[in-house]
Design a protein around this ligand. Structure first.
Ligand code: ADP
Ligand code: MN
Ligand code: MN
Ligand code: MN
Length: 357
């Protein structure tokens, strides 16, 4: 009997009126997630119902051993698709002993900016690309030595040998829906074993909250399958597509009739802040993304800003349909798959809605 089957009978046991809450947070890398569980004697309905908690920050790159307690402040609550029932997933911000946000807590300042621009009703939709690896870091389903056939048949592909890992994708999709995440779709990507799902549209701070929890759920689902997920923006060097986190964005004026003028105005502003954006679009101030944004494989060169209607080789694309409708949104294709959505959405909102640094 598989371990997962053995587990099932225990998960059916009565919880005795208690609820398990999985506290989830971003660790010191600004890229990886951590989690631990707390028993509560009632079912929380809002994040504020859950107590502030703490953890050993010296083990997560968030504090020194001598002063190791880091605080977890609950910020977003989701249904738990793994434990189900009344159990919850709880996203948290991290704070130092002196009540300052830790270095990798980019949510606090993002939320402040979203508050300032709330009248513009900023909507985001992020396309999260990722790659599946086996536990020895080899792309999942690739031949043991050598490479699969060149790219071409894999994007939105169907059939054995064309797609790898669909069970994980399907499990993740449904688990996100159950949790209450605004997952918008999914597709197989250009490189075999690479996939994408989209989250959005989300308004303001909700974008980062939903995307981070969707990543957590993906990592957990894949863990059950014994598969690793990497968000590295260029996991396989050479003639293989990288992985991005295309960020679709609109304000209320862009969505209304005649909004195209506002989309072009936004692109003009983005073009003047290119370097600052690149710094915010991966966890290493552009170093990770440099391997991906080469000007090839549906990317624009990292050093040059460009834009265009339906142009997938540009930094920023206006979807064809939006150009035809005369309103809609823009797509910033620069963010890396491992970007922090709080940093990305804060940067976009600052530039387009004129919030100074
Ligand atoms: P692509 O053609 O680039 O692959 P996708 O269909 O994968 O595009 O993703 C488009 C994303 O844009 C979705 O996440 C969707 O929620 C988001 N989106 C749609 N309309 C808007 C809008 N008005 N503002 C912001 N995001 C939007
Ligand atoms: Mn897409
Ligand atoms: Mn894609
Ligand atoms: Mn896209």
């Amino acid at each position: 009997m598989a371990d997962s089957q053995k587990l099932e009978k225990y998960l059916e046991l009565d919880q005795g009126g208690n609820v398990q809450v999985m506290y989830v947070w971003i660790d010191g890398t600004g890229e990886n997630l951590r989690c631990k569980t707390k028993t509560m004697n009632f079912e929380p309905k809002r994040p504020e119902d859950c107590p502030i908690w703490n953890f050993d920050g010296s083990s997560t790159g968030q504090a020194s051993g001598k002063n190791s307690d880091v605080y977890l402040h609950p910020v977003a609550l989701f249904a738990d698709p793994f434990r189900r029932g009344p159990n919850k997933l709880l996203l948290c911000e991290t704070y130092d002993f002196d009540k300052k946000p830790t270095e990798s807590n980019c949510r606090k300042s993002c939320k402040e900016v979203m508050e300032k621009v709330k009248d513009a009703h900023p909507w985001f939709g992020i396309e999260q690309e990722y790659t599946l690896l086996d536990t020895s870091n080899h792309p999942y389903g690739w031949p043991e030595s050598g490479y699969p056939a060149p790219q071409g048949p894999y994007y939105c592909g169907v059939g054995a040998g064309k797609v790898m890992g669909r069970n994980i994708v399907e499990a993740h999709y449904r688990a996100c829906m159950y949790a209450g995440i605004k997952i918008a779709g999914s597709n197989a990507e250009v490189m075999p074993s690479q996939w994408e799902y989209q989250v959005g549209p989300c308004e303001g701070i909700e974008m980062g909250d939903h995307l981070w929890m969707s990543r957590y759920i993906l990592l957990r689902v894949a863990e059950e399958f014994g598969i690793c997920v990497t968000f590295d923006p260029k996991p396989i060097p050479g003639d293989w597509n990288g992985a991005g986190a295309h960020t679709n964005f609109s304000t209320i004026s862009m969505r209304e009739k005649g909004g195209l003028t506002h989309i072009y105005k936004a692109i003009e502003k983005l073009s003047k802040m290119h370097d600052l954006h690149i710094k915010s679009y991966d966890p290493k101030d552009g170093l990770d993304n440099k391997r991906r944004l080469t000007g090839r494989h549906e990317t624009a060169d990292i050093n040059t800003f460009s834009s265009g209607v339906a142009n997938r080789g540009a930094s920023v694309r206006i979807p064809r349909q939006c150009a035809e409708d005369g309103h809609g949104y823009l797509e910033d294709r620069r963010p890396a798959a491992n970007a922090d959505p709080y940093k990305v959405t804060e940067r976009v909102a600052r530039t387009v809605c004129d919030v100074s640094n």
